[in-house]
Design a protein around this ligand. Structure first.
Ligand code: NDP
Ligand code: GDR
Length: 370
């Protein structure tokens, strides 16, 4: 920031989530004053912000905020007067959206609209980032997927995100507001929620390696995802709001792997061999060195409708924003497994290659800001 100029101000909704934590750290490192919105819950936790070492930063204010409450959106914006809003709040777990479709739509569809409307009422000059998703491509109509690929959502989550996405475009076009929508492919990290498959795998690998768990149960092993690192992706969000004009951008790595591939990489990162035997629901991930299966299929983990293949083209983001992902999937997987090993087996850290020494190594040390 040039000397003498006022610090930029950003409001980040969903600050307790994975992306919220990485984005807050990025914005603070750039000299921003940040307000982070969190929902009132009975067991409040800011563990992700704490792991990144920013929870008590002097330029971070935490404010109660619920995306589904128009008044709450208006008050958050009017009180903090942000230059930029990053709307990350959402019911983000696809599997749960089949069980709670209405709640998912209230938060991720109508909530997104309320944030746009609140900004229009309070200050239509605020720049807004809307967190859209590659899930909107669903039953994919082209490979790879880019900004021009038609959508075909396959879950209440994806339908809700599509409403938010089109609302963002509609506000951009109707009111000349600076609203950019990021169609982000899966991005993961050691701060990923344990319900998502990559973290479920990395956590299980660490627990199996340290004798705390015997088996990892998974659903569809054939699903393919374009997995990147969340730390890279929040940089892309920020760049979208620094661009000359608002637009829609895909952020992806341009590579895809199956869930099976990711599991194999994860066990290898903990020095455990895994070979796949059998077919269909009887398929197992067998570990020869332990002489037993470590991975089994659980039918209940399959979804009513699946997204089989996600593979994104980040070309536009590279050309227009100069954005590129730095961490490829094998390194991402290694990071996640090593972080979980550090959490589960603190005393073994010193003997494992690539891990920091000592129990108290933080995730921040493992993953410095790039
Ligand atoms: P997380 O699930 O980790 O975080 C979601 C955040 O939204 C949490 O802070 C959650 O709060 C908050 N939230 C949920 N409902 C409300 C509400 N009614 N009012 C206010 N806050 C609410 O998701 P990610 O950080 O991974 O993702 C951020 C956004 O990006 C989400 O909208 C997600 O759908 C989208 N996205 C994510 C991708 C990914 O691969 N990570 C890819 C594409 C899009 P609480 O902690 O209380 O639950
Ligand atoms: P996804 O992420 O649905 O792509 O949404 P998730 O990690 O939940 O699933 C990825 C794929 O793995 C398959 N799978 C399993 N998934 C989970 N969670 N648990 C299992 O045991 C399991 N076994 C197999 C799934 O069927 C799926 O095909 C994520 C979220 O972050 C969204 O918010 C975001 O919009 C999209 O990525 C892009």
């Amino acid at each position: 920031m040039p000397e003498g100029s006022a610090a930029k101000r950003a409001f980040v909704s969903g600050v307790t989530g994975q992306d919220g934590a990485y984005l807050v750290r990025l914005l603070l490192s750039k000299g921003y004053k940040v307000a982070g919105g969190y929902r009132r819950t009975s067991a409040q936790t800011f563990w992700r912000l704490r792991e990144l070492g920013v929870d008590t930063h002097e330029n971070l204010t935490l404010v109660e905020h619920d995306l589904t409450d128009l008044g709450s959106n208006i008050r958050a914006i009017a009180a903090f007067e942000p230059d930029e809003i990053y709307n990350l709040a959402g019911q983000s777990f696809v599997a749960v959206s089949f069980k709670e479709p209405t709640t998912t739509a209230q938060i991720s569809a109508l909530g997104a609209l309320q944030m746009l409307e609140a900004s229009r009422i309070v200050n239509p000059r605020i720049r807004i980032y809307q967190a859209s998703s590659a899930e909107m491509f669903g039953r994919v109509q082209a490979v790879p997927q880019d900004e021009n690929t038609p959508f075909y959502p396959r879950s209440p989550y994806a339908v809700s995100k599509l409403f938010g996405h089109w609302s963002a475009i509609n506000y951009r076009e109707s009111y000349d507001m600076f609203v950019s929508s990021g169609i982000l492919f899966n991005h993961e990290s050691p701060l990923r929620g344990p319900e998502f498959v990559t973290r479920k795998i990395s956590q299980a690998v660490a627990r199996i390696a340290s004798g705390l768990q015997t088996t990892l149960f998974l659903g569809n092993l054939d699903a393919k995802r374009d997995w990147g690192f969340a730390g890279d992706f929040v940089e892309g969000m920020w760049r979208m709001l620094q661009a000359e004009k608002p637009d829609t951008f895909v952020l992806a790595t341009g590579t895809t792997s199956t869930v099976r591939d990711f599991a194999t990489m994860a066990f290898a990162a903990a020095d455990l061999d895994l070979e796949w035997r059998g077919e269909g629901d009887d398929e197992v991930g067998f570990c020869a060195s332990m002489n037993r299966p470590l991975v089994r299929i659980q039918k209940a983990l399959r979804r009513p409708a699946e997204v089989d293949l996600l593979l994104g083209s980040p070309r536009k983001a590279k050309e227009v924003l100069g954005w590129r992902p730095l961490v490829e999937v094998r390194e991402l997987c290694r990071m996640m497994v090593h972080a979980d090993l550090a959490r589960e087996t603190p005393n073994e850290i010193e003997v494992r290659d690539g891990l920091p020494n000592g129990h108290d190594a933080t995730i921040k040390e493992l993953f410095p800001l790039h």
